[in-house]
Design a protein around this ligand. Structure first.
Ligand SMILES: NC(=O)c1ccc[n+]([C@@H]2O[C@H](COP(=O)([O-])OP(=O)(O)OC[C@H]3O[C@@H](n4cnc5c(N)ncnc54)[C@H](O)[C@@H]3O)[C@@H](O)[C@H]2O)c1
Ligand SMILES: O=P(O)(O)OC[C@H](O)CO
Length: 308
């Protein structure tokens, strides 16, 4: 394809991996980091695609900074952050789209542990947008023999899959850390997916999106890999460490911690049942031990698996 100019905002593990994928495909890639020497203006000037891969806590501020810089009207905005805004409970793509109503916004999300991608191991991802042409351009830019990219028309569903699975990955880490066995893990991941679907429906996401790469796919990757920072948080909590101790020694961002707090707030507002998320929340708050969280989940009122 034609060479495209791409600005990657965020030089963390994920921003760097995506920058490398685009560079390997021959595109002109410029990376901005808040600690780097290049200005944001210089990095995004003339870029056809601006991709943000920064941590959730910086998204609103970054959006304001980008908004103060004139952009070409065709510039495509891509978000690869997996989190929720604590003030508004909005997703990153919603924040970008509100600030830039006339620009196409694309969500990039999938089972993508950055370390495996940096080792050139094969992976697949999803680029989702209401603007099909924009999603297809981003698909072309990143597709390669080691990175298979699918398009999808449900950006909120794709984004929520990648965001909500982080809470379940914390729970999966606890499950493995307590050596609860394969049956327990299967039950947790399956009921976790049911909870993700329920939350997603309240946001207007399509149910089937959660059964694809960005939902079930990312849930499986993150709940089964010691490379996941969220899984590591849960695994270490099972050994009795406090959240503060764990985060002090965690390299990189475990978004599930913040997402869990925001989701509890949103679930109260919209009356969404979120039993797994509630127990992860109480555990992270230091209100209960991992064993107590397990007991509370197992001893809830019995009920049908589905309400058909
Ligand atoms: N690492 C992965 O495997 C992976 C894969 C897919 C998605 N993600 C998501 O991508 C996002 C970034 O993850 P990461 O692994 O690169 O984390 P990281 O901790 O390695 O990097 C975070 C980046 O965000 C930047 N940042 C943090 N706060 C900021 C602020 N206030 N203003 C501007 N920049 C700020 C940091 O400087 C850094 O460049 C997260 O939402 C994560 O869930 C990560
Ligand atoms: O390290 P984690 O837990 O943020 O997971 C990384 C990616 O989201 C996996 O797709």
């Amino acid at each position: 394809m034609q060479k495209t100019t791409i600005a990657i905002l965020g030089a963390g593990a994920w921003g760097q991996a995506l920058a490398d994928l685009a560079s390997q495909n021959g595109h002109e890639v410029r990376v901005w980091s808040r600690r780097g020497s290049a200005t944001l203006e210089a990095v995004i000037s003339g870029a056809e695609i601006i991709l943000s891969a920064i941590a959730m806590k910086g998204v609103s501020d970054l959006v304001s900074q980008v908004k103060s810089i004139p952009l070409s009207p065709n510039t495509i905005l891509v978000t690869a952050t997996k989190g929720l805004d604590p003030q508004t409970t909005s997703t990153p793509s919603q924040i970008w789209q509100i600030a830039f109503p006339d620009h196409p916004v694309v969500v990039l999300s999938g089972p993508n542990l950055s370390q495996e991608i940096q080792e050139s191991l094969p992976a697949a991802t999803v680029v989702a947008s209401e603007n099909t042409a924009a999603a297809e351009l981003v698909q072309l830019v990143f597709s390669s023999p080691i990175f298979r990219v699918y398009t999808n028309p449900d950006p909120i569903g794709v984004e929520l899959g990648g965001t909500l699975k982080n809470i379940m990955a914390i729970a999966a880490g606890v499950c493995d850390g307590l050596h609860l066995g394969t049956n327990a893990k299967a039950a947790l991941v399956t009921r976790g997916l049911t909870e993700m679907v329920r939350i997603g429906q309240s946001w207007g996401a399509k149910t089937e999106t959660f059964y694809g790469l960005s939902g079930l796919g990312d849930l499986l990757a993150t709940c089964n890999s010691p490379l996941s920072r969220n899984y590591q948080v849960g695994y270490q909590m099972a050994s009795g460490k406090t959240l503060t101790e764990i985060l002090a020694h965690t390299a990189g961002t475990a978004e599930g911690v913040n997402t869990c707090q925001v989701l509890v707030q949103r679930a109260q507002q919209y009356t969404i049942p979120i039993p797994l998320t509630q127990q992860v929340y109480r555990l992270l708050q230091g209100e209960i031990t991992p064993r107590q969280a397990l007991e509370e989940l197992m001893l809830r009122d019995i009920k049908p698996e589905y309400h058909y």
